[in-house]
Each structure stands twice: as structure tokens, then as C-alpha cells.
Design a protein around this ligand. Structure first.
Ligand SMILES: Cc1cc2nc3c(=O)[nH]c(=O)nc-3n(C[C@H](O)[C@H](O)[C@H](O)COP(=O)(O)OP(=O)(O)OC[C@H]3O[C@@H](n4cnc5c(N)ncnc54)[C@H](O)[C@@H]3O)c2cc1C
Length: 414
């Protein structure tokens, strides 16, 4: 039986980054995943490392917007009717968690993390040889109407308060920045200080390899085999049992599979999303992610082509894929950028691991000694992986955490 100080369950961006930080704090680390690093949610996102995550996930405030989503024909939201009764408790809780009265507290909780997202990625990327997978051209949020730009002010006010820089651009200024954009929008906001990746899965793999280079061992195994024996935790892997005094659950949307049998019932919601890659027509190119804020999809230049990433799908986590949003997004995206043929056989399906207050769960489990959590990063996990990896590692190591972890407390749902 191999013994370590810590077993990290999950080799997505959260697990890989946590392992990297734990090694920096002198711990011996085993990483256990049933697949290779970065092959699930961290593989297929839009690649944005954001600085302006100051608002919780959006829940429709007006009856008109709710009715529009209820038609189930929008590009922003798709749902499986049969899943709604089971998802209703999560949706009701999310509605409360997304209420504008919560914005200031949410922004205050996120501000110290948001201030370091880019810096923390750069640090691991440089050490792990992943720097070439990032570009520092910022991200562009496009609005189809002037009202849309005005509506984004709530978020920009928090950005002003917490020092996240941006520039409001006219349509012509945005086209100067991205000359292949078509003029079918009213204006844009350029978050000029953020970075984005041409391969989020590649980044995650490199971070896990960086951890291995620093001494971590990667094992293939099923996290559901986790057992407490005496004063240690054991997981069965293809190389035999692995044991440690401490275990960190970083299983993203699968965290509940391990936690529920142990008596931890989080109000977890999995919000699905899709991507598909397209060739640009002719010599058209894109230098940064472009988020169509009016229609809720993103186009990002990736290694494989232009990645079209969809909005939110409410469905059972393991239901078969229904990528209708990609079909709805494609003509809208073609209004903005000359997208040609797809290069993929099918759309990729991903699962955003979400809690109703849009905050991750980070810290010590209340009922089991040596059990720690770092999951639930919702739509911002690629952004937050390195910075919450640091926070979790500091808490495990017993050093002073760089940010107040109270808003992320595992006990906050009772
Ligand atoms: C369409 C889409 C677009 C997105 N765009 C962005 C974006 O632009 N920017 C951003 O910041 N975030 C974005 N996100 C969110 C982000 O991708 C996620 O929050 C993040 O990847 C979650 O990382 P994770 O490490 O928690 O989970 P994962 O990457 O899913 O890692 C969990 C790991 O656990 C492993 N695992 C699961 N069950 C078991 C088991 N029983 N035993 C062993 N191993 C197991 C899996 O194999 C996996 O490797 C997007 C998400 C989606 C779906």
C-alpha cells in the first residue's frame, strides 16, 4: 500500500491546481482520477480566465424573460421538461441566490479571488510549461443593443469598485480590435486585462504534469472506493490501494457521488453546456474570445478551430446529449463572424458543477477528520482553479489563507 500525506480526488483544473499548491507546501500528493487529467469539464470550456466574476449566475428577474426561457427555444437556455420536477429545488434556491440583494455580498466574497485569477494561472503555467497555451489579448463582450450595454453597468460598477479594468468600445472600435467581426452589434466591453487559453484541456494536463514533475503520483482509480480505515483514508487504484491522512475532494460535477454516501447532501445543480469547433472562412481570424452577451454563447480561437460554446442546459447530469443550443447559436454566431464548416463529428457535452449561491465549497468537512472539499466552481472553474487551489492548500496546510474562506464554508447549507 502506498502512503502519501494527501490524496487529491479529481484531476480537473481544480484538482491539478490544488495538488500543485500542496506540493509547494511540502506535502506528498497522490492524484486519483478515473480518466486522464483535464479530460472532463476542464477540457471543453470557453477558455476564459475572467477578472469580472462579481455577479452570481443569472436567474430571470422579469416575467417576460422567464416566459421567453419557458418557450425552450432560446439560445441562452434549454431544459429537459422531465428533469424540471427534480431540478425545481435547485432552481428555487438558485433564484434566491441570484437575487440582486445578494450582489454586494457575492462580489465581496469573490473580489479577493478575482484579483488573483490571472496571476495564479501565470505562476503555475510558467512553472509547468503551459505559458504558450495562453494569450493576453483580453476578452470581448459584445452587445447587440445599446440597452444591453447599459444593462452591463451593474457588473462594471463592481469591477470599478474592485479594480478590474475594462474599456467600453463603440462598434467601430471593436471592429478595429477584431477586424473580421461583422457589424451586427451595438458595442462592446473589452476586458483588456484578462487572459484566455487556446486549449483549456491542454493547460490542465500540463498543470497535472507539473505536479508530477514536482513529485506527485498520478493514479487511475474510482473515487467512490474512498474508505476511512483507522486514522487514514484509502482509495483503490489500478496500482493497488493508496492511503493518506488527508483527502481533498475535487471531483467537480461528480463530487456528490462520493459525498452523498458519507452523509453530505449539497443542493448541487449540474448545468450542462456544449461546444463544437468550426473553420474560419478564408483568412478570417479571431484574436480573443468573443462573448455574445445578448444570446449567451462564446466564440473562442482554439488549437482545433473556432470553438462555439453554448449557454445553459438544465437536464439530468447523465442524460444523453441534446445539443440543440449549438444549432441555435451557429446562425447567430455567423452574423458576427465568418464561421465555415465544423471540424468535429459531434458536439462535446460538459457539466458545470453549481451550488445555488454560485460559490464553490472550500474547506474542511464538518463530520470527518482529514476530509477537505474544493468543488462547485460553476461557470468559473477554469478561471478559479489555481486561485481556489491555493486557498484549499493553505487551509489544509494550516497557514493563513490569503482570502477569507467563510463565504465558501462547507457548512453554509446547514
Ligand atoms: C460549456 C462550458 C463553458 C465553460 N466556460 C468557462 C470559461 O470560459 N471560463 C471558466 O472559468 N469556466 C468555464 N466553464 C466552467 C469550468 O469548465 C468548470 O467549472 C471547471 O472545469 C470545473 O473543474 P473541476 O476540476 O471542478 O471539474 P472537472 O474538470 O470535471 O474535473 C473533475 C474530475 O473528476 C474525475 N472524476 C469524476 N468522477 C470520478 C470518480 N468516480 N473517480 C475518479 N475520478 C472521477 C473526472 O474524470 C474529472 O477529471 C465552462 C463550463 C462549460 C460546461
Amino acid at each position: 500500500m502506498e502512503r502519501f500525506d494527501i490524496i487529491v480526488l479529481g484531476a480537473g483544473i481544480v484538482g491539478a491546481s490544488s495538488a500543485w499548491h500542496l506540493l509547494r507546501r511540502g506535502r506528498t500528493v497522490a492524484i486519483v482520477d478515473r480518466r486522464g487529467p483535464g479530460e472532463e469539464t476542464s477540457f471543453g470550456n470557453a477558455g476564459l480566465v475572467e477578472r469580472d466574476g462579481f455577479l452570481p449566475m443569472h436567474f430571470p428577474e422579469s416575467l417576460g424573460e422567464l416566459m421567453r426561457f419557458a418557450t425552450n427555444r432560446t439560445s441562452q437556455v434549454h431544459y429537459h421538461l422531465g428533469a424540471l420536477p427534480s431540478l425545481a429545488p435547485y432552481l428555487l434556491a438558485m433564484r434566491a441566490g441570484s437575487h440582486p440583494s445578494r450582489f454586494p455580498a457575492y462580489a465581496a466574497a469573490m473580489a479577493p479571488l478575482m484579483a488573483r485569477t490571472v496571476e495564479e494561472h501565470r505562476m503555475i503555467a510558467n512553472a509547468a510549461g503551459a505559458g504558450h497555451l495562453f494569450r493576453d489579448t483580453g476578452g470581448l463582450r459584445l452587445y447587440r443593443t445599446p440597452e444591453g450595454i447599459a444593462g452591463g453597468k451593474v457588473s462594471r460598477d463592481f469591477a470599478d469598485r474592485y479594480g478590474a479594468p475594462y474599456k467600453i468600445l463603440s462598434r467601430d472600435e471593436a471592429i478595429e480590435l477584431e477586424p473580421n467581426l461583422k457589424p451586427d452589434f451595438a458595442g462592446a466591453v473589452w476586458w483588456n486585462d484578462v487572459i484566455s487559453s487556446s486549449s483549456p484541456g491542454g493547460v490542465t494536463k500540463r498543470y497535472a504534469e507539473g505536479a508530477q514533475k514536482d513529485g506527485a503520483k498520478l493514479f487511475t482509480g474510482d473515487a467512490r472506493s474512498l474508505k476511512r480505515e483507522g486514522d487514514a483514508w484509502t482509495v483503490t487504484t489500478s496500482a493497488g490501494p493508496v492511503t493518506a491522512a488527508t483527502v481533498l475532494v475535487a471531483l467537480g460535477p461528480w463530487s456528490s457521488d462520493v459525498l452523498e454516501p458519507m452523509g453530505y447532501r449539497y443542493p448541487f445543480g449540474v448545468i450542462r453546456g456544449y461546444h463544437r469547433h468550426y473553420k474560419p472562412i478564408g483568412n478570417a481570424s479571431l484574436a480573443r474570445p468573443v462573448f455574445d452577451m445578448t444570446n449567451g454563447y462564446v466564440i473562442t480561437p482554439m488549437e482545433k478551430g473556432i470553438r462555439l460554446t453554448s449557454g445553459y442546459e438544465f437536464a439530468f447530469r447523465d442524460a444523453p446529449p441534446t445539443p440543440v443550443q449549438i444549432d441555435r447559436d451557429l446562425p447567430l454566431a455567423r452574423e458576427l463572424f465568418p464561421l465555415g464548416e465544423t471540424v468535429d463529428d459531434a458536439a462535446w457535452l460538459g457539466r458545470r458543477p453549481c451550488l445555488p449561491d454560485s460559490l464553490p465549497v472550500i474547506g474542511a468537512a464538518p463530520k470527518h477528520p482529514g476530509l477537505f472539499f474544493n468543488f462547485g466552481h460553476s461557470h468559473l472553474g477554469f478561471t478559479l482553479g489555481p486561485v481556489t487551489g491555493r486557498l484549499a492548500a493553505e487551509m489544509i496546510a494550516g497557514t493563513r489563507p490569503f482570502a477569507d474562506p467563510t463565504p465558501f464554508a462547507p457548512t453554509r447549507f446547514g
